[in-house]
Design a protein around this ligand. Sequence first.
Ligand code: HEC
Length: 152
Amino acid sequence: MRIGGAAFVLWAGLMSAGAAFGHGGASGIVKERMDVMSDISRNMKSMGTMLKGGSAFNPDLVIDAGDAIAAHAGDRLTALFPEGSDHAPTEASPEIWKNWSAFSASAENMKAAALALKRVAEAGEGKKEIAGAFGKLAATCKSCHEVFRIKK
Ligand code: HEC
């Protein structure tokens, strides 16, 4: 079956960005949030692989991954960005602290999208509906990164 092409292009881009930049000598809170992002990324990857047919269709995997991502989102995520923590090798943009309310809203959007994805899987919807919700979640990654993450 065909699933949302755009969502996968988006997802593939996120994954390669993660692989290309890595953790390069980060420590403290910067390392901590990079690890959290990597964990989020791993969960996205296992869902993406499944949705592309690389592993068996398994709604439980989506429920668990949605939960794990939601648990890292919202206030939990913003707590990893104390003011002044924009030292090397971070990719966090100073824009975060200039526009904290938009950054927080973005972290909340990710949480809402992860929970929505989980609910679609819990409701017993098919692969197409799950792929749609997955695409919406992937879009929240991109919209935050575009503004608040510096590409190196
Ligand atoms: C609220 C904003 C925000 C959202 C939403 C967000 N990210 Fe991030 N992400 C960041 C910031 C900021 C960094 C850079 C952190 C740093 O280097 O200190 C980052 C870094 C990353 C990294 C690189 C980690 C590393 O090892 O350096 C990956 C991979 C990543 N994000 C994946 C994702 C994925 C996948 C999603 C969506 C499911 C997502 N992010 C959602 C803000 C966000």
